[in-house]
Design a protein around this ligand. Structure first.
Ligand code: A3P
Length: 333
């Protein structure tokens, strides 16, 4: 012991120990200082705040929540099966919806449509998992494949993967949807330029050609009925495709609430681009500072005469009424 005290390095060692104790005291005080009282809850961790509404937190609490979540998230970055799927409907705004949701840092969205449950089911769930983006445990993973909505086998297949999965359905007036679908088919060269919308939609005897996919997809009630054999309506959220254009923030808030993720898409990140006539995404610190969807989204529609529109409107009416009853929500179409 005497040797230690008399060693010439002892004063320096002692000084080092005092410094370490001092630094540790400062650190502990600083950590304690991070504790917050929010709505009467002594918030010390992510778990304390996760039951509070994210919007109610002040800046400091939000920062803390994000830091805490990063720690939770950083446990393993890997590809996971989706917690939610946008199942349709084709030409109703499914691309816009998934791109908006991608702006929420709690959500990870697959890029291209995986078409697993309709085309590649035989390749197995591991193949599907590989199509998903990498995510941390706390993220919500989502994909979109609009063909799922109208493919008979899909509801049961999804149910076999997850009974509690959240399903999202974007809808719009089925008449407008049919014209949009036809416009897309023409632009892809599926019909030659002499084929008109009305020649496909209306038979020679004046009745509607229900078998034509552009018309059939819009019979929402018939397709949704198959999904309800496997999932309760509580698991299915309906998005108004028309409002997604005129008031995207309101629609997105409802979707984020349904998905049980914090509303974390800054309102300023989506703005109405007047020259495009559709909302575009604002990208901070990027050139150009905005991103609109491809010209195939929101393009001028093929011509459809008033008589055809009226026939189709009357044709869809009883189906629409049944659909509204089924989803307990009304639209103006
Ligand atoms: P139109 O091209 O008929 O206008 P989907 O992505 O499911 O194929 O849907 C395409 C539709 O998304 C477009 O149909 C358009 O109306 C709608 N949409 C919604 N938000 C949009 C946006 N911000 N930009 C472009 N199109 C948008």
């Amino acid at each position: 012991m005497k040797i230690i005290f008399e060693h010439k390095a002892f004063p320096a060692f002692l000084l080092l120990c005092i410094c370490l104790v001092f630094l540790q005291t400062i650190y502990l005080n600083k950590t304690r200082d991070m504790d917050l009282i929010i709505h009467g809850v002594n918030v010390q961790s992510f778990h304390d705040v996760q039951n509070l509404k994210f919007q109610d937190l002040d800046q400091r609490a939000k920062r803390m929540l994000k830091e805490e979540r990063n720690i939770t998230f950083s446990k393993s970055l890997t590809r996971r099966l989706p917690n939610a799927i946008i199942i349709g409907v084709k030409k109703c705004g499914t691309r816009a919806l998934i791109e908006y949701l991608r702006l929420n840092p709690n959500i990870r969205a697959a890029g291209p449509e995986p078409h697993f449950f309709d085309r590649y089911y035989h390749l197995g769930l591991d193949w599907y998992r590989q199509k998903m983006p990498k995510s941390y445990g706390g993220h919500l993973t989502i994909e979109k494949t609009p063909r799922y909505f109208v493919t008979k086998e899909v509801p049961e297949r999804i149910y076999n993967m997850s009974k509690s999965i959240k399903l999202i359905l974007v809808v719009r007036n089925p008449v407008t949807r049919a014209i949009s679908d036809f416009t897309q088919a023409v632009s892809k060269g599926e019909y030659n330029s002499t084929v008109t919308f009305q020649s496909k939609a209306i038979r020679r005897n004046g009745t509607v050609n229900m078998k034509w996919p552009a018309v059939n997809i819009g019979l929402y009630v018939n397709h949704l009925k198959r999904w309800l054999e496997y999932f309760p309506m509580d698991n299915i959220h309906i998005v108004d495709g028309e409002k997604l254009i005129t008031n995207p923030v309101q629609e997105l808030n409802a979707v984020q609430d349904f998905l049980q993720v914090e509303r974390d898409i800054p309102e300023s990140s989506i703005y109405m681009n007047t020259s495009r006539g559709f909302p575009c995404i604002k990208k901070e610190n990027e050139t150009p500072g905005f991103r609109c969807f491809r010209n195939s989204k929101g393009r001028p529609h093929s011509y459809a005469d008033t008589k055809t529109l009226k026939i189709l409107h009357n044709f869809y009416k009883p189906y629409n009424i049944k659909f509204f009853k089924m989803i307990n929500k009304r639209f103006i179409w």
